[in-house]
Design a binder for this molecule. Structure first.
Ligand SMILES: Cc1cc2nc3c(=O)[nH]c(=O)nc-3n(C[C@H](O)[C@H](O)[C@H](O)COP(=O)(O)OP(=O)(O)OC[C@H]3O[C@@H](n4cnc5c(N)ncnc54)[C@H](O)[C@@H]3O)c2cc1C
Length: 379
């Protein structure tokens, strides 16, 4: 068994580290404070080939494996979790359905500009009535001649205010149950597609989130992804991919929390010595390091299984739930290590704790991940 990363994977980690040092670290505090979307950084990520890493060169992708892509998400998230998430939700949830289920024409028209970072993607599944319970969704798509007409509304659509390409889930036949939902590509500017205001959040504040409404929104039938009735299958498959990205994001935040804890505890003097000389702090550091490495192995394992063409749904859920909870513990300890200063704006640990919380919620809550894991074990 070989746990060593390849030379290419190490190079990508170094390159992303350099990218964040140059472009992300200097603005991370400001974009968080102002909930500002870092469009200039996303454009640079696109130029440097980071916005479609695991997809085919023929569609503008980087042609890397999923392990390499996840490592890049971890590194980016270590600097700014909101930017890491923007890349991850675009790549895993928006590009993924088109790449794995889309027609050649859809890949040329939509996936290509997405992979090149020219168009940002969004994934619109959640509705006010349908979060964990996606079957409670109300959005419908009715076939009308050569078109589908969408009506309904989505919430918590990441990238909503800045996306060009929306992957939207709607019922084409509610009576068919899990085989009644379908997935559609809805480009920005389609009449009847209405984007709501940016929703202000506790953390990942630079990531843009909004409601999205469909009022007699007409798309050509060729914008159906895959076949009618495949929507839930496409959504769940996308979550399996997306969860690897969120686990990597969580590990990035947790690693940053550990780095902050180590550097602060070595320089903060109390009782005439650095606080790192106290065994209590040393044990935190040891536990954080151990858990972060375990979480990293879990996401790398899930990504590796995917790269081998082996089942990885359970492993992606395990990686996500463990990494998210590790991330919360690490970020909380980082604030604690900073004492009162950790509770103040401008200290990275404060931002990390706010950013950490979302990893336990989106792309399926921690409870939903446990449902996936137990569902696999108990069937
Ligand atoms: C910042 C942000 C970005 C997001 N981005 C996107 C996006 O891009 N696209 C998208 O479609 N969605 C997105 N979401 C939605 C996200 O995936 C949902 O918020 C999440 O799935 C939970 O749904 P909910 O908020 O409706 O909570 P609910 O489903 O109402 O859950 C509330 C609580 O009940 C628990 N619960 C629910 N059912 C069960 C059960 N059967 N057993 C045990 N516990 C249960 C949950 O775990 C949770 O703790 C985003 C959300 C946020 C906050």
């Amino acid at each position: 068994m070989d746990f060593k990363l390849t030379k290419e994977q190490e190079i990508i980690r170094q390159n992303m580290r350099e990218f964040t040092r140059q472009y992300v670290d200097p603005i991370a505090v400001e974009i968080d404070e102002n909930s500002r979307f870092p469009g200039e950084v996303i454009a640079k990520l696109g130029e440097q080939g980071y916005m479609g890493m695991p997809y085919d060169n023929a569609y503008g992708g980087g042609g890397t494996d999923y392990v390499t892509y996840a490592i890049a998400v971890e590194e980016l998230s270590k600097s700014c979790a909101a930017t890491g998430f923007t890349m991850s939700v675009h790549t895993g949830l928006a590009c993924g359905p088109i790449n794995y289920f889309g027609s050649e024409e859809q890949k040329q028209t939509y996936l290509k500009p997405m992979c090149k970072g020219e168009h940002l993607g969004a994934f619109a599944l959640t509705e006010p009535s349908a979060g964990t319970d996606v079957n409670a969704a109300l959005t419908v798509a009715v076939r009308d001649g050569g078109d589908y007409v969408l009506n309904g509304g989505k919430t918590f659509t990441s990238n909503g205010p800045v996306a060009e390409t929306f992957v939207v889930f709607a019922w084409t036949d509610k009576s068919a149950g899990s085989k009644g939902m379908s997935a559609f590509i809805v480009p920005k500017g389609t009449p009847g597609l209405i984007i709501g205001e940016h929703i202000m959040k506790m953390g990942i504040r630079a990531s843009q989130t909004s409601e999205v409404f469909f009022k007699d929104c007409r798309v050509p039938a060729k914008n159906l992804i895959g076949e009618e009735g495949q929507g839930l299958k496409i959504a769940m498959g996308s979550f399996d991919n997306g969860r690897i990205g969120i686990a990597a994001q969580a590990v990035g935040i947790a690693q940053a929390a550990l780095d902050e804890t180590i550097s602060y505890s070595k320089q903060r003097i109390q009782f005439g010595k650095p606080i790192s000389k106290n065994q209590a702090i040393q044990w935190w550091v040891a536990d954080m390091y151990t858990e972060i490495n375990a979480a990293r192995f879990l996401y790398l394992n899930a990504a590796w299984l995917k790269d081998q063409g082996l089942p990885y749904s359970k492993e992606a859920a395990m990686a996500k739930v463990y990494a998210a909870e590790t991330c919360m513990r690490a970020a909380s300890k980082a604030v604690q290590a900073h004492g009162g200063y950790g509770y103040c704006k401008g200290i990275k640990a404060e931002r990390l704790l706010r950013d950490a919380k979302i990893t336990e919620i989106y792309e399926g809550t921690s409870e939903a991940q446990r449902m996936v894991i137990a569902g696999n074990l108990l069937r």
